[in-house]
Design a protein around this ligand. Structure first.
Ligand code: FO1
Length: 324
């Protein structure tokens, strides 16, 4: 079975880990491939290095090297380099890059500087984390450098900050007026992205942030059309339970685009291509969207087994959802 999944953030990576666990424990799925289309709107250049948080979270989580408590960064990392940079007055102090994590960013920046594309660089990093042996391909949504910036309407009038500053330093507490993806006007889908959507047997939308993760991937020219046109069922997992994000600040992001924080409202954002929608039991019966088959079950990914069960339910929903 060829599965293609959009992904962003810690929730997306944890869902994908569950998907791989479900495939491993299901003999008839052995030999399946998973192509992940990763959000790159979170990318930021820090200390002269290119950092790709949503790609790295997938690499580390699927590769078994992620800091489990944080969900991002490396397990058992130290912060000597970042500490020294802060002592030297090199900003930002508020974005904690670990020493092992720096290895990823130095290698990526070196290879990008040598002219390799982000796709080529990501493939090298994925090999280091054993993803090809697991049948997993990680593609950036585009090879064009893009960055999500957040327009804040604070006292002295609107000004923009990088998404990471809004997300990490401000903890999304300052209302966002809108999101602007710098560079998206020049972006094209990375090689293999559109084919991965068109030729999939199933397309999955993990419980990633619908605005700043999934929403950004959908903004790459051609991707939304491919999702509308694919013969594969498209099944999503609600990132909200009873109106609250399971983690992160999806509610603040939805408010910024004038969308209510409900499983139904998020499904409506995907209505033009969605075939199936998995909601938590708390939201059962709350979604009524023409052409979308809805199923309810517990959606908290408390451990890998729970995530595997959710992934299995998404695959089941894909089998029964309207075939396009
Ligand atoms: N998130 C934080 O809340 N604080 C941090 O200091 C932080 C550092 C960091 C470093 C590398 C990396 O790949 C991710 C990091 N994140 C941090 C998480 C990051 O902001 C989010 O994972 C995504 O950008 C949004 O999903």
């Amino acid at each position: 079975m060829h599965v293609t999944a959009l992904s962003g953030g810690v929730g997306g990576a944890r869902f994908l880990r569950g998907l791989l666990a479900h495939i491993d424990r299901t003999p008839e799925l052995h030999g399946s491939t998973v192509t992940v289309i990763g959000n790159t709107g979170d990318d930021i250049t820090l200390f002269g290095l290119r950092v790709c948080p949503d790609l790295d979270t997938v690499l580390y989580t699927l590769g078994g090297g992620a800091n489990e408590q944080q969900g991002w960064g490396r397990a058992d990392d130290t912060y000597a380099v970042h500490g020294e940079l802060t002592a030297l007055g090199v900003p930002p102090a508020w974005f904690g890059l670990g020493d092992k994590d720096f290895g990823t960013h130095v290698a990526r920046s070196l290879w990008l500087g040598q002219g390799f594309t982000l796709s080529e660089v990501t493939a090298r990093l994925a090999a280091r984390w054993g993803l090809p042996e697991r049948g997993v391909t990680l593609l950036p949504m585009t090879d064009t450098p893009v960055e999500t910036h957040v327009v804040l309407d604070e006292g002295e009038g609107p000004h923009a900050v990088h998404f990471q500053e809004w997300w990490v330093r401000l903890r999304a507490t300052v209302p966002a007026e809108r999101f602007v993806v710098v560079g998206m006007d020049r972006a094209a889908p990375a090689p293999g992205v559109l084919d991965a959507i068109r030729q999939a047997d199933l397309v999955l939308l993990p419980p990633s942030n619908p605005v700043v993760s999934i929403g950004i991937v959908l903004g790459v020219p051609g991707i939304r059309d491919a999702l509308r046109g694919t013969r594969a069922p498209v099944v999503g997992v609600s990132p909200l339970v009873s109106g609250r994000p399971v983690r992160g600040h999806a509610d603040a992001c939805l408010a910024a685009i004038g969308v209510e924080s409900t499983a139904a409202a998020v499904a409506a954002l995907y209505a033009d291509f969605l075939d199936g929608w998995l909601v938590d039991d708390a939201d059962a019966g709350s979604v009524d969207l023409p052409g979308v088959r809805v199923s309810a079950r517990p959606l908290l990914m408390t451990d890998v087994e729970a995530a595997a069960d959710i992934a299995g339910a998404a695959l089941d929903l894909g089998r029964t959802a309207a075939v396009r």
